[in-house]
Design a protein around this ligand. Sequence first.
Ligand code: ISE
Length: 353
Amino acid sequence: MRDAGKRGGSGEIQVGVVGTGGMGGMHARILHHKVAGARVAAVSDVDAERAGQIAEECGSAAVFADAEEMIRNDAVEAVIIASPDTTHAELTLECLRLGKPVLCEKPLATSPEEALGVVEAEVELGRKLVQVGFMRRYDPQHVDVKNTAASGDIGEPVLFKGWHRNASSPPVADSAWVVINSAIHDLDSARWMLDGEVEEVFVRGADTTGSPAEGEFDLQLIQLSVSGGRLGVIEVYVDAGYGYEVGVEVVGTRGTAYTAPPTGAVVRLDRAYSQVVEDDWLQRFETAYTIQLQGWIEALKDGHLNGPDAWDGYAALVAAEACIASIKSGNPEPVSQPVRPALYSKEAPEVVR
Ligand code: ISE
């Protein structure tokens, strides 16, 4: 392990990144190349070679094989967690035990019970240190739709529509994975766009490939009832083949607002119109990841977190669990409405110091 350096001497926030795969590598690179006011002080990964490469590329950051050891290092002031989903809650709890701010990739945990443990630890601490990586909330098109819906210009928002397609899914992708790893974003988008809570879900699915997980739904249609008598519908399809695409529409009582991906130029050539479809989320949401990270660093300097918090991570998982129950039962399933602790009330100051 190389020394992680002196704590905060430069005025830059010293960040440790857990996980240097596609997601963690991207966070580290963005932080190093594009974000002001922070430095990649350390990275950790069980894959020493991959960690070493990212560390070199990001200004000779220290390399740790063990994530908790890196988090505990005095030189690390704030943490980004981008390791496998099953590690998120425990590592976030470790950050809370040490009083270090943490940006945890979604999902915050792999079950609502585990996420509630994080919420309770933060409530016990009495200050917010956790932000969850629901980066759609920083995508300029999504933000435009949200602001239009909130402005009242399209009337009362009454319906959320989301579509979400991955080119392909990994071998572990069973029906529950599709909900917890992919649809979790759309459940968050529905809550955010309609500024409400999911009250009931009804999921139907199809198995479009027959493999690798036969009988598991890689295409799911999720219907939502949202507080205030609003509705939602989400299509999530993780084996769409042609590329990666995510979009949302909010239907209001006077008009609608929607994102228009893909984002590149429309090309006319050889008697055809065409537009490139992105490969994956790293391409499609690179701008959103950058805005998210810059905003997080500024919020830490300011002492006020303003992004999606542990409560949002928990609420999305409560809805996700109901989706999984609906897949199993074939029926609509209620989402037990959680009572929001005062720390997460919209009026509460979001202090990290
Ligand atoms: C992936 O893990 C992500 O977080 C992407 O944003 C999401 O669109 C994709 O479906 C997930 O598998």
